[in-house]
Design a binder for this molecule. Structure first.
Ligand code: DX5
Ligand code: ZN
Length: 227
């Protein structure tokens, strides 16, 4: 189980402190939301900021590209220190070449699917990716409410993974708190992106530990062992 705090919910006036705090929190990954004002109706930050944060931490940088033209950003983000780059399946015919380019840059490959998009859209790519990101809100903003209708998509992704013996992680992103993280873990998720619920907590470290405990307890694989 991996917990990935999302920098979007951190205090932007003290990013260096926030990144160091995340590194000391027990979380393994830092989720970095890149918004281009076109694929989503918001703008966040770019490769220069990611590169400036890179020397501050050993956290795995999970870069989520909510962008219409990610191909122009892959090299800059790779150079800035991304460990994984996630592109959206909604980009259609571009997806195959994007996956290939990320791989060629030596980075992990993620594929994201928005709530209104059918999960079957990701099926052709499942043997080519390291992570499937099931969006549990419509991307663009932090602090939105979890969309429960996305849970069957997680179950389907987990069923395909089991049937085809594939190694991809199943990540969830948007409206993740202790309650919704548990529901996602029961459905088969193993990677939990959370912004507001973790950064709003009085202690980030305690919040990460609590979420980890809850998702571990909800993991069907571990529950089987306990029987
Ligand atoms: C949504 C982003 C998320 C966002 C999640 O567009 O992709 O990563 O930071 O934020 P919360 O956890 O506040 O819903
Ligand atoms: Zn994200």
């Amino acid at each position: 189980m991996i917990i990935a705090p999302s920098l979007l919910a951190a205090d932007f006036t003290r990013l260096s402190r926030e990144v160091k705090r995340t590194g000391a929190s027990g979380a393994e990954w830092l989720h970095l939301d890149i918004m281009d004002g076109h694929f989503v109706p918001n703008i966040s930050f770019g490769p220069a900021l990611v590169g400036a944060l890179r020397p501050l931490t050993k956290l795995f940088f999970d870069v989520h590209l909510m962008c219409s033209q990610p191909e122009i950003l892959l090299e800059p983000f790779a150079a800035a220190g991304a460990d994984e780059m996630i592109v959206h399946v909604e980009l259609g015919t571009q997806v195959d070449s994007l996956i290939w380019k990320i791989r060629k840059l030596g980075k992990k490959v993620g594929l994201a699917v928005n709530p209104p998009t059918a999960i079957t859209e990701v099926q052709p790519y499942l043997d080519k990716i390291d992570l499937l990101l099931v969006m549990t809100v419509n991307p663009g903003f932090g602090g939105q409410e979890f969309i429960h209708e996305t849970l069957p998509k997680i179950q389907q992704a987990e069923a395909w993974r089991r049937e085809r013996k594939l190694p991809y992680r199943i990540s969830v992103d948007g409206g993740i708190n202790n309650q919704t993280a548990a529901e996602c873990a029961r459905a088969g998720a193993d990677t939990f992106v959370a912004g507001t619920s973790l950064f709003d907590a009085r202690s980030l470290k305690a919040a990460v530990a609590k979420m980890r405990k809850i998702v571990n307890a909800s993991d069907p694989a571990l529950a089987d062992l306990a029987v």
